[in-house]
Design a protein around this ligand. Structure first.
Ligand code: FES
Length: 153
């Protein structure tokens, strides 16, 4: 087979142009994804509508919203910190149970029994004009519960 220099150069130019086009398209797509620069917050509703000592599941937002005795709110991820199964709200204890490997969490999301080793992640809450907004894009890992994690209306 005879080496054709002209053919080789043409193919090389097409290959370089294809690679460049790929990166331009990729960059364009990633820029358009963040074009608004705004984070979408989950509107959970009016703070007044939540009773104390109750857990409200928001499965589409992937969190439980809990209101404690003192009126403070905590939004906790529904994902078990062991391997990510969806935990169930334990109505009797106010805590959470994982159906996959039996981890248990107390009402603040702290581990009561393994294999999970850390509390349920939380999501930042902001309350504006009495409305509760949850930033479900920002799961916060924690070692334990403390009162500073609560948000008040
Ligand atoms: S995923 Fe929850 S205990 Fe394993």
């Amino acid at each position: 087979m005879k080496f054709n220099r002209r053919k080789f150069i043409k193919r090389l130019i097409v290959a370089i142009a294809s690679i460049e086009a790929f990166f331009l398209i990729k960059e364009g797509i990633s820029k358009s994804d963040n074009s608004s620069g705004k984070k979408e917050l989950f509107n959970a509703g009016k703070a007044d509508s939540f009773e104390t000592n109750k857990t409200y599941p928001f499965l589409t937002g992937h969190f439980f919203l809990k209101r404690y005795d003192d009126g403070g709110f905590l939004a906790m991820s529904i994902k078990c910190t062991h391997l990510g199964c969806v935990v169930n709200n334990n109505i009797k204890t106010g805590g959470f149970n994982c159906p996959c490997h039996a981890s248990q969490f107390n009402k603040y999301g702290e581990v009561l029994s393994a294999p999970a080793t850390r509390p349920l992640d939380t999501f930042p809450i902001t309350i504006e004009n009495g409305e509760i907004f949850i930033d479900t894009n920002k799961a916060v890992k924690r070692k334990e519960f403390n009162k500073s994690q609560l948000t008040y209306a």
